[in-house]
Structure formats: structure tokens, C-alpha cells
Ligand binder design. Structure first.
Ligand code: ADP
Ligand code: MG
Length: 867
């Protein structure tokens, strides 16, 4: 047996091999050592007495799914090795083989998957100068491909797909570009395959074979050789792991990386589009606000729309028109929601059916979903927007639904080989077997009565258990009356158990018919499943429509509920938002009412907006709300504003100064600067850049200088500049507007009242030069003693500046002045006295002036010493 094990295991060195033995899956050797730790199960050993016992551990086959899920979640691959023949009939060792390898990227079971998230495996290949990227979701049949040669967009695409597993050619280990691409993708398992499997010719043939076409022309990827290599390797890997070709992949979608608005991964995090920075959950994110989809495929599509915002005006308008129509049509919207509520995940169901992994319950779920199609179609046909054109012929699906309805029991068990699947009245042959079974019950009752009668034992019962099958039980007291042809089987405390020849013969018959029934039910079931599998292309088409309908309906619903409005799109470089709100913050704040703000950006006078204001004023919120509104307009959603006109944008970059960046750990100044460099190198005049407290992670004057220089650079980029929102509490930056024509100052109003501040949250023209840090500190609960002390220090420092007379930053590029100021800041009191003495023009002083002058110096000195 160990020999058999080792020869099978040899083919799957990088997977944990689950070796079926009776009711258990066993693991041996190193697999056992690793798995027992991960699964927290006992490690034992086989042949304990021998010199080198074999480590082993096992899990019951009935519970294996949970264990597999745990292994996969920990990044392992699992090879499932089953018995290929009935152990009872096998001569010698039972034949075994691997029936499937489950890897993090190759999961079909919905139990292991998040309903509203796609599970991708992504493959990367190189062909001459290009790098191809292809990904599939085997649970849905989604298959895409692209290629490019620009490191940033390729790297961002990989992050955007967020795969659970990556395929790479073996040789990529020595390829600096390819290994650079996957560097820093911590935690995603990488599978290296022989370069052979990425060979262009073979890959192209594999794809043509899978799609049964003559060329790849129809998929728009015939010329994307690198992409074909990546995609072909995936097809190979499916076959290798699933032990079948992936019949449900009927086409591949080719896309260009520059077709979509790029929001790099860091910006996604900063803007909290998918993940709440603090909690990691969907709550408190843009997705959380927008995603009121009802079906799993709708949920997945919503995520994908957010990941891939459009840049094509027509495509955006196409969605917006549809959203508008449903927003205004309350009845249809409500009807659609009602119908969608009864639709299951037919996209994944269809794929499972094709791959032969579905059970009777899946078919029932499919049926229930298919039954609602006519009503959905009816609603869709009564809508006007071209988005809702229903072009699938659903007649065949109705027939399938009827077939399933007639055949499959609603209460079928999850396993498919133990009967209980098929309704009575569906198959005559089966009905006969079923009747035989139920007559058996009557027969047993009769037998019990007959035996009681003959033996006069009134405690006699006929029973069944798994160990003995049918038996007769008699109480201890009456056991002596048992006739001689009873064969004793078991003695209990109070009873004896017997069998008879007659009972055993009967049992054989009945078990035979039960077996026959199970086999027949299984056959009938698989026939129906094959019927359904043939219709999968249609099921997928309908699933696609439903997903889109679900997303549009969600947008309409959210727009209605939150009072969003339809954005205009322009190509004139204008971002104009009237009474805009932050879609998430407006829902999260309690107590305070959200104050809307208007903002106008163009490429003439309002390209770089410097927004100053004390901490807590609402700078970050305004910045993010502009970025989110721009993003929302690009996915075809309405926006939280009274009115908005949005320039078609190619990239959104958001950077947050180190201290403001909550994503802890690596929030170092270095990272902040690397990210800033990345923006400067990649933004264009159609980009939107959000800089929130850039330069904060270093000393004040370094910070001001860096922020200043970065803003200048963005202004001058390519002679055109980049639309930028720049929040800073360095009010020195307002002077930038003096020298740079497209820079404009704004600030967020606060009101001082009795030495306290009130946040008005209103964005207004002009800069501010007050920080109110101490007032904010008081609001935050810093003890009064400390506040008083801080005020004294502040007074002193401000005074010193007044005396030294130097404006903090007089003009750009005044590097030497910065260091001068820095010196002043930290000099001792004597120094400014020396300074004043040096600068005083005694020749112009009257004696009284001189006396006053000395008096002033003396007072300052005393005060400084006192403090
Ligand atoms: P800053 O970046 O200026 O320090 P934030 O943007 O982080 O300030 O805002 C601080 C808090 O103020 C937010 O968490 C939010 O609760 C509240 N806030 C911000 N903007 C508004 C607004 N327009 N209306 C109401 N509350 C707001
Ligand atoms: Mg802030």
C-alpha cells in the first residue's frame, strides 16, 4: 500500500495528498506532519513497532470538505486520491488514483468561496517584448486576457485582479521583469509550470480546441501572442488539476489595459473602495454603500465594475440612461428586486453542473431560478433603455425547469449515490423498486406479528441496525422461549438479538433492491444533469443579463435612497461638483449633519487647489469625496451631489501623508515618498491627483519644502499640469498661488468662539493661516494644564517670528531661508536679543527710544527665562 501511495504521491510533489482508505482520507510522511499542524489533528504513525514508523494522520471522508477548505485557505494544494474500484470486489490492493487537485485558484465548491467575490487564478507569460496576463474563474467560466509592456500598468492589473494563485513559467525565476512583477505580492501562492506549457503554438492550439473555432480572430486576441501563452497555460492547468477539460469556458474576453480608468492599489486603499482601512470589512466602504445587489453574480459584477471604471463615454452613458430609467420607475424597480430575490447563483450552478460537481439540491436551486425568468424577461421588455434588451431565447430553459421539477425531489440529500433524489411518478422502473421497498416495511410488520404468534413471546421485535442488518430482539427474561432455529447474534444487558435464515434472505432481497434503486436514481439524475449541462451557454448568457440588471437596479435604488443625481460627462477638463457629499461619511456620521461642498476644477485657473484648514476641519473628507464622485461617474452610477460635470479621467492617484495613513506598519516617510514619485512619473493631464498632507512624515521644514516642490512639479508637468487637490495644514503653502498661475487657495471654515473653535465644514475661497491645533487638542480631551502650557509656548514661538521678521516661506525655492528659519526656531532667547541689537540703528534713536528699546529687550528676556 505504501508503495502505491508513494508512486501516486510522486506525481503531486507540491500538493498534500489525501489517500482514501475506507471511511477515511489518510495523509502520510511529510504531508501528515504538515497537515496535522494546520488541521489541528493528531499525528500518529503506521507500523509503530518498526524502526522507521511512517507518520500519518487522517480525516473522516464525510467531513473532508471542511478540512480541504482549511488547507486551501492556508495556501496549500490538495490532491484527492480516491478508490477506483469497489473494495469488496477488488482482488488484492484496491486501485486508486487522483481524481482532482484543488488549489487556491481552482475551486468549484461554493462552500469554499465568497458568494460576492470572484476567485481568480492568473497566469503570466512573456512573448518577445510583451507580457501577457490571463485569468479565469473556474467557478463561473469567466476567462479574460490582456497584454502590455508597461511595468506599472501590468503590476496594477495583477493587483486589480487580486488572484488567489499565480501561474508562471519556470524560467521566470531568472527573468527580472517577470519576477519584479510578482515581487511584493505577498501571500499569493505561485505555481511554476514547465516553460513548455507556455509555448505559443501549443497554447494557441489548446485555446482553439477548447472553443472549437478555427482561429482566435473572433475573440480579438489573434495578435496577442503573449496573452495567448498565458491563457493557454491556464487551459493546461485546468486539465492537469481537474482531470477534465473545462467545457464551460466557451469564449475568452480580450481587453486593453488603457480602456479603464486606473486607480492604483494604494489609492483603492486610501479611498476605502472595497475595504475599510480599520476593520478590513466591506462596511464603511464605497462598495458597501453601492452594493445593494441581490444575486451573487450581481455582487461579483458590482465589484468588477468598481475595479474597472470605464473611460468610454458611450459605455458610461449606456449605464447612466438605464439607471435613470429605473430610478424614475419605482414599480419596475421594486418588481425587479422581488424577482431577483428568488434567483440563486446560476452562474456558478451552471459551471458546477458542467463539471459534474453538482448535486440534486443544485438542480432544484437552478429550477427555482429558471422559473422566475419569464417574469424578469417581461419586466425587461417593458423598459425603454437599450441596456435592457433581452436577447436570450428562454424556451429551452423553461423546458429544463419543468423536467427538473418533475424529476428531482426538493428534499433530496446532498449526496447523489444514496437515493432519495427522484420523485415518484418520473420513472416506471424506479417506481417498481420504490414500491418493493415500501412493501418490505409491511412484510416486516407481518413477520413480527407471525413470530410473536408462533413463539408467544410478546417482547419480540424486528429491528434494523447498520452492523447486523435486520434482527429479532427478545427481552432477557423471555429469551428461554426462543425456538431453536433462531441464531443468537448479540447479548445486551436486557435483551438478546437473533437472526433467522428467512430474515437474512429477505434482507438480501431488500438491500439488493435498495442498491438497484440507488444506482437507477443516480443514473436518472446524471441524465438530467447532462441535459442541464448542454444548456449551460444559455444559462451563462442569462446569468450575465441578470448580473447587469441587478447592478443597474442597485445603482438606481441607492441613487433614489441617498438622493444622488445624474452626472454629466465632459471632455473639457472640467470637474465641477455642486453641493457634493462624501458617499460613505454622510452615512456614518452621527449627531452632525453632513455639510455639502462645491468644488470646481479646470485646466486654466483652478487646476491645483490648495486646501488649508486646521486638523479635523474636513480636508481629507472633501478630497476623498471628489475622488469618489469622479470614480462613481465612471462606473455609470449617480453621484452624491446636487449637480456634477465630470471630465473623463484616465487615472486617479491618492496619496496620504505618512502620519495620516492609518494602514500602519509601513507608514514610513520612505513609502510616502516612493508613492509620490510614482504619481509624478505616471500622471497625465487627464489624471486626478489627491495629495493629503504630503510631507507630513518628516520635520516641519522638510515637509513644507517637499510639499511645495511636489505641488510645483504637478503644476508644471508637461507644460500643462495635472488637476490636483492638495490638502495641507502647512498654511505656508498658500503663497504658492502668488507664483503659479493655475494654483488656487481654499480653506475650510472654522469659527472661533470664546477661545474655542466650531467646525463649519464649509470650503471657501482663500487660504488660512491659523492652525487651531491647541483648540483641537482641547476638543480631544487633552488636560487643561497642558493646553495652557502649549498656549504659552505657541505665544513665544509666534512672537519670536514676529521679532525675527522673517516670513516662513517667502518664495519658492528658497532653500537657504528654510534652514535659516529652522535655526531661529531652536535658538535660545539671547540670540534674538543679539539680533535686535545688531539691527537696531542707534543713530536714528532718541534717548527715550533707546530707553524703551532696552526696556523691551529686558522684558522679553525676563519672560523667556520665566517660561
Ligand atoms: P481633516 O482632514 O481636515 O483633519 P477630516 O476630513 O478627517 O479632517 O474630517 C474630520 C471629521 O469631520 C470626519 O471624520 C467627519 O466626521 C467630519 N466631517 C468632515 N467633513 C464633514 C462635512 N462636510 N460634514 C460633516 N462632517 C464632516
Ligand atoms: Mg486629514
Amino acid at each position: 500500500m505504501i508503495k502505491q501511495y508513494l508512486s501516486i504521491k510522486g506525481n503531486y510533489p507540491d500538493a498534500i495528498l489525501l489517500y482514501r482508505m475506507g471511511d477515511f482520507y489518510e495523509m502520510f510522511f511529510e504531508d501528515a506532519e504538515v497537515a496535522s499542524k494546520v488541521l489541528e489533528i493528531t499525528l500518529t504513525s503506521r507500523n509503530k513497532k518498526e524502526e522507521f514508523p511512517v507518520p500519518m494522520c487522517g480525516v473522516p471522508h464525510k467531513a473532508v470538505k471542511a478540512y480541504i477548505a482549511k488547507l486551501i485557505a492556508n495556501g496549500f494544494k490538495v490532491a484527492i486520491c480516491d478508490q477506483k474500484e469497489n473494495p469488496a470486489e477488488a482482488k488484492g490492493l484496491v486501485k486508486r488514483d487522483v481524481v482532482r487537485v484543488i488549489t487556491p485558484g481552482m475551486i468549484i465548491e461554493d462552500e469554499f468561496l465568497d458568494e460576492k467575490t470572484n476567485n481568480y487564478i492568473l497566469s503570466i507569460a512573456r512573448y518577445s517584448d510583451n507580457v501577457g496576463i490571463s485569468c479565469i474563474d473556474i467557478s463561473t467560466g469567466l476567462f479574460r486576457l490582456t497584454e502590455g509592456n508597461d511595468l506599472l500598468s501590468l503590476a496594477e492589473e495583477i493587483r486589480r485582479v487580486a488572484p488567489s494563485e499565480i501561474l508562471l513559467p519556470e524560467s521566470s525565476k531568472n527573468d527580472r521583469f517577470l519576477s519584479g512583477l510578482v515581487n511584493g505580492l505577498n501571500g499569493i501562492p505561485i505555481t511554476y509550470l514547465d516553460d513548455n506549457n507556455f509555448d505559443y503554438k501549443k497554447c494557441r492550439e489548446r485555446l482553439i480546441g477548447l472553443f472549437r473555432t478555427f482561429s482566435l480572430e473572433g475573440f480579438g486576441c489573434e495578435d496577442k501572442k503573449a496573452g495567448i501563452c498565458a491563457a493557454g497555460a491556464l487551459v493546461f492547468y485546468i486539465k492537469e488539476t481537474q482531470k477534465q477539460s473545462a467545457g464551460h469556458f466557451s469564449s475568452i474576453e480580450t481587453y486593453n489595459l488603457d480602456k479603464y480608468l486606473l486607480i492604483d492599489e494604494t489609492s483603492c486603499q486610501n479611498l476605502e473602495i472595497f475595504k475599510n482601512i480599520r476593520t478590513g470589512s466591506k462596511h464603511g466602504t464605497l462598495l458597501g454603500v453601492l452594493d445593494s445587489t441581490l444575486t451573487p453574480m450581481g455582487g461579483r459584477l458590482m465589484r468588477s465594475w468598481l475595479r474597472y471604471p470605464l473611460q468610454n463615454r458611450e459605455e458610461i452613458l449606456y449605464r447612466l440612461d438605464a439607471v435613470e430609467e429605473l430610478k424614475n420607475d419605482v414599480t419596475s424597480r421594486r418588481n425587479i428586486r422581488e424577482q431577483l430575490n428568488t434567483v440563486y447563483d446560476i452562474e456558478r450552478l451552471g459551471s458546477k453542473i458542467v463539471m459534474g460537481h453538482s448535486n440534486a439540491r443544485d438542480l432544484v436551486a437552478l429550477k427555482n431560478s429558471l422559473l422566475t425568468l419569464p417574469s424578469i424577461k417581461y419586466i425587461a421588455e417593458n423598459l425603454k433603455s437599450s441596456f435592457f434588451v433581452w436577447d436570450s431565447e428562454i424556451g429551452e430553459l423553461s423546458v429544463l425547469a419543468q423536467l427538473i421539477d418533475k424529476a428531482i425531489r426538493e428534499d433530496a440529500p446532498p449526496v447523489i449515490n444514496e437515493g432519495g433524489l427522484i420523485k415518484e411518478g418520473f420513472s416506471e422502473e424506479l417506481d417498481i423498486l420504490i414500491r418493493a421497498g415500501s412493501q418490505g416495511k409491511g412484510w416486516l410488520a407481518k413477520l413480527e406479528a407471525k413470530e410473536k404468534e408462533e413463539t408467544k413471546i410478546n417482547s419480540l421485535k424486528v429491528r434494523f441496525n447498520k452492523v447486523f442488518g435486520y434482527y429479532i430482539e427478545v427481552s432477557k427474561a423471555q429469551a428461554k422461549f426462543v425456538p431453536s432455529h433462531y441464531i443468537r447474534k448479540q447479548t445486551l444487558v436486557n435483551a438478546e438479538r437473533y437472526i433467522t435464515d428467512e430474515l437474512k434472505q429477505y434482507e438480501k432481497d431488500i438491500l439488493n433492491s435498495q442498491d438497484r434503486r440507488n444506482i437507477l436514481e443516480y443514473e436518472l439524475f446524471t441524465q438530467i444533469r447532462e441535459n442541464a449541462a448542454k444548456l449551460n451557454p444559455l444559462i451563462q448568457q442569462v446569468a450575465g443579463f441578470i448580473a447587469r440588471l441587478d447592478c443597474i437596479n442597485a445603482f438606481s435604488e441607492v441613487a433614489h435612497e441617498n438622493n444622488y443625481s445624474r452626472p454629466d460627462l465632459n471632455d473639457e477638463g472640467l470637474i465641477s461638483i455642486e453641493e457634493g457629499r462624501h458617499p460613505v461619511v454622510e452615512k456614518m456620521i452621527t449627531g452632525e449633519r453632513f455639510v455639502p461642498n462645491s468644488i470646481m476644477m479646470d485646466d486654466e485657473n483652478n487646476q491645483i487647489l490648495i486646501i488649508t484648514g486646521p486638523n479635523m476641519a474636513g480636508k481629507s473628507t472633501v478630497l476623498r469625496q471628489v475622488a469618489l464622485i469622479v470614480l462613481m461617474a465612471h462606473i455609470g452610477s449617480f453621484v452624491p451631489a446636487a449637480k456634477a460635470s465630470i471630465n473623463i479621467t484616465d487615472k486617479i492617484f491618492t496619496r496620504v501623508g505618512a502620519l495620516d495613513n492609518l494602514s500602519s506598519g509601513q507608514s514610513t516617510f520612505m513609502v510616502e515618498m516612493q508613492e509620490t514619485a510614482n504619481i509624478l512619473n505616471n500622471s497625465s493631464s487627464r489624471s486626478l491627483v489627491i495629495m493629503d498632507e504630503i510631507g507630513r512624515g518628516t520635520s516641519t521644514f522638510d515637509g513644507i519644502s517637499i510639499a511645495w516642490a511636489v505641488a510645483e512639479y504637478l503644476h508644471d508637468l508637461d507644460g500643462k499640469g495635472v488637476k490636483t487637490l492638495f490638502a495641507t495644514h502647512y498654511h505656508e503653502l498658500i503663497d504658492l498661488a502668488l507664483t503659479k498661475e493655475r494654483v488656487k487657495n481654499f480653506n475650510i471654515l472654522v469659527k472661533e468662539w470664546n477661545d474655542e473653535i466650531v467646525f463649519l465644514r464649509k470650503l471657501v475661497d482663500g487660504g488660512t493661516n491659523r492652525s487651531y491645533g491647541i483648540q483641537v487638542a482641547r476638543l480631544a480631551g487633552i488636560p487643561g494644564k497642558i493646553i495652557a502650557r502649549a498656549k504659552k509656548i505657541l505665544y513665544k514661538i509666534e512672537d519670536e517670528h514676529a521679532i525675527s521678521g522673517a516670513p516662513l516661506v517667502a518664495q519658492s525655492g528658497a532653500g537657504s531661508k528654510h534652514s535659516q528659519i529652522q535655526l531661529d526656531m531652536f535658538t535660545k532667547p539671547e540670540h534674538f536679543i543679539v539680533e535686535r541689537l545688531k539691527n537696531a540703528d542707534i543713530t536714528k534713536m532718541t534717548p527715550l527710544d533707546a530707553l524703551n528699546f532696552i526696556n523691551e529687550l529686558q522684558e522679553k528676556t525676563n519672560k523667556a527665562c520665566l517660561d
